[in-house]
Design a protein around this ligand. Structure first.
Ligand code: 5GP
Ligand code: ZN
Length: 117
């Protein structure tokens, strides 16, 4: 078993509720959703965090955002709006050391606006 949980999900060793699989990334529902829609967009390549991206990874990062845009349409939150979040490092709230983009949305009140920066 791979010691990185998201690599294990990418390889299929570990189950996840995968909703989109593309050449460079997969997207699956977060196991502990913090919003009505909470999807993780995860590159197949293991990169520990945004702090570790190299010039060669720049296109991939754009692909993650493009994937999030498509998933927002699929999840029906493109008009209501949504948040895209990268937690970077443990001090930034990152728990899994494999880059992932959080897509959060689907709220039916404005409580989430308290999270605005
Ligand atoms: P981080 O805090 O690292 O930015 O976010 C990690 C996210 O991964 C958390 O929201 C957590 O709920 C989610 N997560 C952790 N383990 C698993 C898992 O095994 N499967 C899925 N689908 N999500 C996970
Ligand atoms: Zn990994």
């Amino acid at each position: 078993m791979n010691s990185c949980i998201f690599c294990s999900i990418v390889s299929g060793e570990q189950k996840a509720d995968v909703i989109l699989s593309e050449a460079e990334y997969v997207a699956f529902n977060d196991i502990r959703p913090k919003a009505p829609v909470h999807i993780l967009i995860v590159p197949k390549k293991h990169i520990a965090s945004v702090a570790e991206i190299k010039e060669d990874d720049v296109l991939l990062m754009g692909q993650l955002i493009d994937g999030a845009k498509k998933l927002a349409v699929q999840a029906g939150v493109e008009n209501s709006g949504y948040k895209l979040v990268f937690n970077v490092g443990h001090g930034g709230g990152q728990v899994i050391d494999h880059i992932h983009l959080h897509l959060l949305g689907g709220w039916n009140n404005e409580e989430h606006l308290a999270l605005n920066v």
